[in-house]
Design a protein around this ligand. Structure first.
Ligand SMILES: *Cc1c(COP(=O)(O)O)cnc(C)c1O
Length: 492
């Protein structure tokens, strides 16, 4: 399969797309076409294990790899999970929660980031790429730790993570700054996630920076969700959910289902759209946002407008105004005309907004619907779902459940619905504790104890143990000094 940039460049191989991360013209790599999985193939996949399902689907895109190569990667990656990587819980008739956080860092990003190092090293082999890799990551919280865990002590690789020093949860921050490994670097910045992401994009676009890294023997690559190697593994669990529902007799072959996805950079739900384009029977894709509701407005009106106040919320991994992966959807909405995409992205960079004609939007992607949840609503949902179903939601997943309720209220839909759960509640103990018990506790570890006491739920050992781990990364820099700090982190 060949890949093109959303802004025109290409074609390149899948392996090259993964190595480059982002195209030289600033665009995102997209497959030349959507490979199709037929209903027959789908039914044949029911009996496969998760790593086999993953290798099968990845192979449709990454055709330069053999199924066996991909399977060896997926088996190693998913062996790091505590049990099945994407288990479904039935919470009500026709309503399921898919927990994507049984990996090493308790967030859904592990599904892609445990696999990406294998895909990247495999891609370098395919392309005869001799240079060492420098992974540069901007994080709103969960990507950083998941990428650090994925790439820790991987040969010929250094990883630098930039995070907003005051914009992530205590647990997220501790998880990152206590990371061991000889090749890991974590830098706090005085700014928000968009500042971190903008800085990373600038470094990727800078010839001068690239030359400086090349002198040190490194080639830059990205582990952010703009990398196709991040997106592809996420397509798998949409299929897997469907296959599991088929296996359990909860749905009939060919029956349409809905997915509700807590969204930030738009990578997770975009993978659901790709799954649909590959033939998965998907009816509605519900984009759930917090009060940083730029995506809700886009799907309501066609206007994408970042000129608004940035809110810090209790779902920090969704505190994003520039959802990078939306560019891949805009490319489809624009009928794959890269000139029009480039024009819109230029407007976004210059004016902070762009608009797509409302009818065009609806005709092109009628499956998308957006809803957002206020902080108060999110808290109420955590509390109500705990009281009614005995199920403890993290704040990101609660935003999705809140969107699901609004969606059902708005357009009653009798299709089965899968709500994607993206984090373990103990990653955000203060907010969850406050929601279920009304107790305010500022100290994260005390909140963990109280939450466990109050709900009787299990605390992940690695979260409880964070308390005793030494801080290994304490550098915090001003926005203007990011490039210098990044260069300084890497020895020649
Ligand atoms: C990253 C993240 C999200 C948002 O996913 P996107 O792919 O960026 O839309 C939601 N919830 C959690 C817990 C996350 O870590």
């Amino acid at each position: 399969m060949e890949f093109y940039s959303t802004r025109g460049e290409g074609p390149v191989s899948g392996a090259r797309a993964i190595i480059n991360g982002i195209a030289k013209d600033g665009g995102l790599y997209v497959p030349a076409e959507f490979p199709v999985i037929t209903q027959e193939e789908l039914e044949d996949m029911v009996g496969l294990e998760y790593p086999e399902r993953a290798a099968y689907i990845l192979n449709k895109y990454l055709t330069e790899f053999s199924y066996e190569e991909l399977l060896s990667y997926t088996e190693k990656a998913y062996a790091r999970f505590d049990g099945y990587p994407a288990p479904l819980t039935k919470v009500d008739e026709g309503t399921y929660i898919m927990e994507l956080w049984h990996g090493p860092t308790f967030a859904f990003k592990d599904i892609a980031l445990t696999l990406l190092p294998y895909l990247l090293n495999g891609s370098k082999e395919k392309e005869g790429e001799g240079k060492k890799t420098l992974i540069l990551v901007a994080t709103s919280g969960d990507t950083g730790k998941a990428a650090l865990e994925g790439f820790k002590d991987v040969g010929n690789t250094e990883i630098i993570v930039l995070y907003p020093s005051e914009g992530v949860s205590d647990m997220q921050k501790l998880q990152m700054i206590t990371t061991e490994g000889k090749n890991t670097h974590v830098i706090g910045i005085k700014g928000n996630f968009d500042d971190a992401q903008t800085a990373v994009k600038k470094i990727f676009a800078s010839k001068e920076m690239k030359e400086k890294f090349a002198e040190k023997g490194y080639e830059l690559s990205s582990a952010n969700s703009i990398n196709f190697g991040r997106l592809a593994p996420q397509i798998v669990y949409y299929f897997s959910a469907y296959l599991d529902l088929l296996a359990e007799g909860e749905i009939e072959p060919g029956e349409n289902i809905d997915f509700i996805v807590p969204s930030g950079n738009f990578g997770n739900i975009l993978a659901g759209y790709y799954a649909k384009r590959m033939g998965l029977p998907v009816k509605q894709l519900v984009v759930a946002s917090n009060v940083n509701n730029v995506l809700t407005e886009f799907f309501d009106t066609g206007l994408y407008d970042t000129r608004r106040k940035f809110h810090k919320t209790m779902s920090p991994s969704m505190d994003i105004l520039v959802s990078s992966n939306l560019e891949r959807l805009v490319y489809e909405i624009m009928n794959r005309e890269s000139d029009r995409v480039s024009g819109l992205m230029e407007e976004l960079a210059k004016e902070g907004n762009y608009a797509v004609d409302e009818d065009t939007l609806y005709d092109a992607v009628p499956e998308f619907l957006g809803y957002y949840s206020t902080e108060e609503e999110t808290k109420d949902v955590i509390n109500n779902v705990y009281e009614e179903y005995g199920y403890l939601l993290d704040p990101h997943t609660a935003v999705a459940v809140s969107a699901y309720f609004k969606f059902m209220n708005d357009v009653y839909d009798d299709a089965s619905a899968v709500i994607l759960s993206t984090a373990n509640p103990y990653k955000f103990p203060q907010s969850v504790l406050s929601a279920v018990s009304g107790t305010e506790e500022r100290d994260a570890f005390k909140a963990v104890k109280k939450l466990a006491g109050f709900t009787g739920t299990e605390v992940p050992e690695d979260i409880a143990n964070l308390k005793n781990k030494p801080v290994l990364h304490n550098l915090v820099v001003e926005k203007e000094d990011i490039a210098e700090a990044v260069l300084g982190a890497i020895k020649g």
